[in-house]
Design a protein around this ligand. Structure first.
Ligand code: SF4
Length: 632
């Protein structure tokens, strides 16, 4: 259905030319799901944009061919040779696309229903009331509650997840032959994600739609895709049927990536992280692009360019180990499993924090004639305990109150919400004294408590001030919360901090924009550690990061916990991360605790139906079973 041959894409940037795609070749059959996976910056999204001829202004297709085959009785299309007017009919009609960022993809001044009707009228024979009815049907199928009423809502009235579902309805309503889905469920909760993935699967079965699925979520891929292509630095480095890829990946990058995933087996040993980052694509490569990060690189890898070699009928790998004649070397590829870590702190660890009947209420903006409650209860009757040196994971879908709970504990809601209940912070073991209630502290006592409870946010790009150097960022908290330290002591502390989080000392003299996402999150962790807290609230600290970088950050947090005895309140929707990190789990729904208990027991045998439903919705990596057969 889609045939791409040797596609080359270049982007003009300030410091040269980025060769974003290099000789990309792939074909996707009718009814097939073909997944493109890899880290950020490897060329996945650029592939999607090139297929839709939606490259940014500085981008250009410099070579290759791209054909849409007329398998559904429609004519063959040479996509690269088509004039823009013709391309507009193909886009949306023959090839639909679900973008990553629903917020910027919907028209903000048109109701969502009208947008779906427009797509239907542009690409199907339906008009007027029939088109409206079909639009409501699509809104229902993608799980928009009360679709007839929400039809007249503008995008700004919808949550991120709902906007994403509207985007999906919009793409599917035109009944395309082929769908390009770029991270279609990344912004969604697991239960909605499961529902959307099921919908995509059933539509494929019903309509024989081809699907190019672009995602960093390997578990989603293992459950959805017939074939997988792994990209690295603008090239496909391995392409295989999904079952073969997940059961026995060949490329050292594929092997490392799969072992970097957080799973229950990694509870007692460090995750396998891949050192370094994807190389800039402005350079010309004289050898294997993965060589600087490859655990099994050979001396000639840096000076020989590998080509894609077939290792079986449908499986090809771009690695010198698989060149004819080097098969013996390929058989011996073994990437060492990291040694087990020191055991975790036991249940007898001293008490650190007791949260009792926490409630958080936000005032509602209302007209003076309005009736009904004047406050919104974001969190009600939440109680849990956290011991020193342990990790408590708060899990649940968006809007369940987990982030509000974390923010209340870090005193970020003072002045904007009313908190009730108590949050007792116990003194360190052996120091004696009374537990302090974080919600009643004032003045100096509040300042001291702020030092003890810090936070690391989700987005390392938004949480660091771009105008401040790293030294200033780290020093800011120290100066405010540790005023007794003199300049020399502060300087020594900053140097130790960058060492602790695995950055080079010269990082102190640089600015946040000079760092990758993972490095920025290390800076954010260093900022939290600067004042020697006893508790760090980690609010989805790895959800914006690639799998291999996530592994580095989770390893770092666990090392710091063992070294410093710090406790974490870990807010996450990623159950794999919970399995690796948590000693104790609290499941929340609608602002209340549904269930809590020791992590291993709760995750293996949940007592509540909601927890079971949440865990069942989480996509799991299927390694051994072969993927579903492709309809080729
Ligand atoms: Fe590693 Fe060499 Fe293969 Fe590249 S060619 S992936 S460096 S073994």
């Amino acid at each position: 259905m889609l045939d791409v041959r040797n596609l080359e894409v270049e982007l003009d940037v300030d410091n040269g030319v980025v060769r974003a795609l290099d000789a990309l070749t792939l074909s996707i059959a009718r009814g097939e799901t073909f997944a493109l996976v890899g880290e950020s910056g490897c060329g996945k999204s650029m592939t999607a944009l090139a297929l839709m001829r939606l490259l940014p202004e500085n981008g250009l297709v410099t070579g290759g061919e791209l054909h849409l085959r007329g398998e559904t009785g429609r004519e063959d299309v040479d996509v690269l040779g088509l004039p823009e007017a013709g391309m507009r009919r193909v886009r949306g009609g023959r090839i639909g696309m679900i973008f990553q960022e629903p917020g910027t993809s919907l028209n903000p001044v048109m109701t969502v229903g009208r947008q779906v009707v427009e797509a239907i009228e542009a690409h199907t024979p339906l008009r007027g009331e029939a088109a409206r009815e079909r639009a409501i049907e699509w809104l229902t199928r993608v799980g928009i509650p009360e679709p007839a009423r929400r039809f007249d809502d503008y995008p700004f009235r919808m949550s991120g997840g709902q906007k994403q579902r509207v985007m999906i309805a919009l793409a599917l309503a035109a009944e395309p032959d082929f769908l390009v889905a770029d991270e279609p469920t990344t912004a969604l909760d697991v239960t909605i994600q499961a529902q959307i993935l099921e919908l995509l699967k059933s539509l494929q079965a019903e309509r024989g739609m081809g699907l190019l699925l672009i995602t960093h979520d390997l578990a989603v891929v293992s459950g959805m895709a017939h074939r997988v292509a792994l990209m690295y630095a603008g090239q496909i480095v391995e392409v295989a049927p999904a079952g073969e890829f997940f059961a026995a990946p060949k490329h050292p990058y594929a092997q490392a990536l799969l072992r970097a995933l957080p799973t229950a087996e990694a509870r007692e040993r460090p995750l396998m992280a891949i050192a370094g980052t994807v190389p800039p694509l402005t350079q010309r490569f004289g050898g294997c692009r993965f060589a600087p990060r490859c655990a099994v690189a050979m001396p000639h890898c840096a000076g020989t360019i590998p080509s894609l070699e077939a290792v079986s009928e449908h499986h090809a790998v771009r690695c010198l180990l698989y060149r004819p004649g080097e098969a013996a070397a390929a058989d011996s590829v073994r990437i060492e499993t990291p040694a087990p870590s020191a055991p975790r702190t036991g249940a007898e660890a001293p008490m650190l924090l007791q949260v009792q009947d926490l409630s958080v209420r936000f005032p509602l903006q209302r007209g003076w004639l309005a009736r009904g409650p004047r406050e919104f209860n974001a969190v009600s009757d939440v109680s849990f305990e956290l011991r020193a040196g342990q990790t408590l994971a708060l899990v649940g879908e968006s809007g369940c109150g987990k982030t509000t709970t974390g923010k209340a504990l870090v005193q970020l809601l003072r002045g904007t919400a009313r908190t009730g209940g108590r949050a007792l912070l116990h003194p360190p073991a052996g120091q004696g004294g009374e537990a302090r209630d974080l919600f009643t502290l004032q003045g100096e006592a509040l300042r001291a408590a702020r030092r003890e409870v810090q936070i690391v946010f989700q987005d390392p790009f938004a949480s660091l001030d771009p105008r401040m150097g790293v030294r200033e960022i780290l020093d800011e908290g120290l100066a405010a919360l540790r005023p007794e330290l003199d300049t020399a002591a502060r300087r020594a502390r900053l140097e130790r901090l960058v060492d602790q989080v695995g950055l080079r000392r010269d990082a102190l003299d640089r600015y946040p924009h000079e760092f990758s996402g993972g490095q920025r999150q290390r800076i954010a962790i260093a900022r939290a550690l600067a004042v020697e807290p006893r508790l760090i609230v980690c609010d989805e600290p790895t959800s914006a990061l690639d799998v291999s970088v996530q592994a580095q950050i989770l390893n770092l947090l666990r090392e710091l916990q063992r070294e410093l005895g710090v406790s974490y309140l870990f807010i996450t929707h990623n159950i794999g991360v919970v399995e690796v990190m948590a000693d104790h789990v609290v499941v929340m729904q609608g602002g209340r605790v549904v269930e809590q208990g020791a992590a291993e027991a709760l995750l293996s045998a949940p007592a509540q139906a909601y927890t079971t439903q949440l865990l069942e919705a989480v996509p799991r990596l299927v390694r051994a079973a072969p993927g579903p057969a492709a309809v080729v």
